[in-house]
Design a protein around this ligand. Sequence first.
Ligand code: SF4
Length: 381
Amino acid sequence: MSLNHIRPWKNIYRRTSRQIMVGNVPVGGDAPIAVQTMTNTDTSDVAATVAQVQAAAEAGADIVRVSTPDESSTKALRDIVRESSVPIVADIHFHYKRAIEAAEAGAACLRINPGNIGDERRVREVIAAAKDHGCSIRIGVNAGSLEKHLLEKYGEPCPDAMVESGLEHIRILQDNDFHEFKISCKASDVFMSAAAYQKLAEATDAPIHLGITEAGGLVSGTIKSAIGLGNLLWMGIGDTIRVSLSADPVEEVKVGFEILKSLGLRHRGVNIISCPSCARQGFDVIKTVETLEKRLEHIKTPMSLSIIGCVVNGPGEALMTDVGFTGGGAGSGMVYLAGKQSHKLSNEQMVEHIVEQVEKRAAVIDAEMAAEAETEAAAAE
Ligand code: SF4
């Protein structure tokens, strides 16, 4: 929930969903919206896959999905699960037996695609394995692989066909007394995805995994995902998200977080507010921001930094950020700390000094959050 009593126009009322566990990560209910990505290594290459999982986790991924197309992948999964710091979801297509092997290997969740997992008997076997090994399940409906009978009924992939596919599989899971599931309804078309997700959100209280599938490359896929996922999240729909990009999984995680940060739904790391720059700039804004983005990647504390080229907007933005720098004249600018004007600084010293100030401020915020958590824990006792 993102509620702001001072600025009610920023409020987002999240749809009420059931909460399930994906390993040790809660999904749904009042849990933070979880960010996921997927590896693109050969899963049987344990070292490469674990390295990619860890890089994604370091970038903030809460859950990572791994494709398990064959037996050598499900064999490798045991070691991958053991060495990963985040829960692993096994991605299953076509061979229900891979789902059973993945459950035995310690997957936290099994993603099954109703369109290609096979008949109800096979799904029941997967459910039994999930129950035996404490896995959750994601029903992953995809517009590109709907069941034949639904394509015949609707003539082409459409939101109604996608939702019907999802609900048929929810029924199978519930008939088998299995309730630890979430569901996705992905399409590469933003309109189709958005319509399907809205219908789904009304038809079930299961946690919803959001995604625009095959969204494209880094720039086009980011925009498509921001529009599709952003609108749904703004409506309060979505308990976990994956941004699908033809790019490094770390980029998917970064984009996922940026979408959530833009909507005030989750905060992580430094949110840099910077101007596009123009002839008025007192220093090279673009180069400075590029450098600071890299230098501040290690900061996980949610905080804000404004880097503004001149006094047109600089002082105003700095009032609302933890650390700020506004360009001035004669090769120097003004530093703002916790929204207050603090001291003058030369442009040459700026990057080092800002990094130092951000680190100091992050330590203060961390200490405040720790004290708050301690007070809350004491009150709960
Ligand atoms: S804040 Fe100043 S430098 Fe930046 S774009 Fe606006 S006018 Fe130009």
